[in-house]
Design a protein around this ligand. Structure first.
Ligand code: CTP
Ligand code: CA
Length: 223
């Protein structure tokens, strides 16, 4: 059995994956969130585990369940996710940030439920930490860092911009323009850009098949 494991492509590799949305609390009963299901990140984590990787999955609020043996850390907010990533990043050979992290959070979390008033209500927001960009800043040359870019327009330029700005090895462009792609869907349409800005376009596929394509792109960098 050991010999079998050793022949697996990700054998001996520690891989960290983030998945799902984050929830940013407004008061004890309300939050700001998004429609991310976590499916893509869970499919990736499962596929990597199947390929022999030692996987740490950092998951925002989701009803997804992983089918493979892996370490799962559940988090709620962007700050929680940052803390978990920061604690695990140094020992990770490969890090894939698939989570749909909230870009803004309420400046203040009300201790009690906010009551309805006669007047309109304004919520002051502040930026969350960009987890991926932070990891890009501290990454060592031998570590592989993969980000996602969710775009609706001018997709290629935005995706390449993220690759460079966040110091990534690969960026996976997820187009919301295409039918059969997106948050709740079981399928996805991706394009992968490498650091050399090589572009690989893939067809609409199930998220499990997309996970295989992403793993193959990473394996090319490892070899
Ligand atoms: N990301 C992150 N921390 C954040 C925001 C984003 O780690 N606070 C990561 C996501 O997991 C993804 C990548 O950054 O891998 C790109 O996320 P995306 O929302 O597409 O890009 P942003 O840089 O947030 O820019 P914008 O939303 O304005 O397009
Ligand atoms: Ca964002």
């Amino acid at each position: 059995e050991h010999a079998l494991k050793k022949s697996m492509p990700f054998f001996g590799k520690k891989v960290m994956v983030t998945a799902g949305p984050t929830y940013e609390a407004i008061d004890p009963v309300r939050f700001i969130g998004n429609h991310s299901s976590g499916k893509m990140g869970f499919a990736l984590a499962d596929e990597l585990a199947k390929l022999g990787a030692e996987v740490t999955l950092i998951a925002g609020p989701t009803s997804e369940k992983s089918t493979e043996a892996l370490t799962r850390i559940d988090v709620i907010s962007a700050q929680d996710m940052f803390n978990a990533c920061n604690a695990n990043f140094e020992q990770s050979d490969v890090t894939i940030m698939c989570a749909a992290v909230a870009d803004y959070r309420p400046k203040m979390i009300a201790e009690q439920k906010i009551k309805k008033q006669e007047s309109d209500f304004n919520l002051a927001l502040e930026k969350t930490v960009d987890i991926l960009a932070s990891m890009g800043k501290i990454k060592k040359p031998e570590q592989i860092l993969v980000g996602f870019a969710l775009e609706t327009n001018d997709e290629e330029n935005y995706a390449k911009g993220k690759l460079e700005r966040k110091n990534l090895d690969l960026v996976v462009l997820n187009s919301l323009n295409d039918k059969g792609a997106g948050f709740k869907s079981d399928t996805n349409k991706i394009t992968i850009f490498s650091r050399a800005l090589e572009r690989t376009v893939f067809d609409v596929k199930s998220k499990n098949e997309v996970a295989k394509d992403i793993c193959n792109a990473i394996l090319k960098l490892i070899k």
